[in-house]
Design a protein around this ligand. Structure first.
Ligand SMILES: Cc1cc2nc3c(=O)[nH]c(=O)nc-3n(C[C@H](O)[C@H](O)[C@H](O)COP(=O)(O)O)c2cc1C
Length: 144
């Protein structure tokens, strides 16, 4: 089963840190949704979308990428990092239209210095940590 993870990580590289660890330990190709915005997903049996949460949504580049490049009826999994709480709704709305089947969702905290949090040195400092990354690897290994 060929797997790819399409990701965007613009704040502190939290999501990138997570997906790079997954790629080291699992057979997964990484696709940067901003640098490889026209990547072809047709060779993959399962596609992951990974993003930080920005204003309660996956990054616009991921939403656009999935709108434009995901064909119908694919198996999909979702990964996010967040300062406060996970929120998959923005991408799930697109996936519903494409009749994708979401086979798993994973979220963990990611260092966040956005807005007022900067004044207190940020929140979720140190995340994703080793345990978060181990959990993410186990999550991907468990996908079928
Ligand atoms: C502009 C902006 C908006 C954000 N909005 C949210 C939010 O609505 N909810 C939340 O839990 N975290 C929010 N965060 C925190 C990020 O989701 C968190 O730091 C994430 O790990 C960033 O991932 P990245 O380093 O891969 O970009 C926001 C961060 C930024 C910079």
């Amino acid at each position: 089963m060929r797997k790819a993870i399409v990701y965007t990580s613009v704040h502190h590289g939290n999501t990138e840190k997570l997906v790079k660890r997954i790629a080291e330990e699992c057979q997964v190709d990484l696709i940067d949704a901003i640098k490889q915005m026209n990547a072809d997903l047709n060779d993959y049996d399962m596609i992951g979308f990974a993003s930080g949460i920005y204003y309660s949504k996956f990054h616009q580049s991921i939403l656009k990428f999935s709108e434009e490049n995901l064909s119908a009826d694919k198996k999909v999994f979702l990964i996010c990092t967040y300062g406060g709480s996970a929120n998959f709704k923005s991408i799930e709305q697109i996936l519903n239209k494409k009749h994708a089947s979401v086979v798993g969702k994973f979220g963990c905290k990611g260092y966040d210095t956005f807005g007022p949090f900067k004044l207190v040195g940020g929140i979720a400092k140190g995340h994703p940590d080793e345990e978060d990354m181990k959990n993410a690897v186990d999550f991907v290994k468990g996908l079928h």
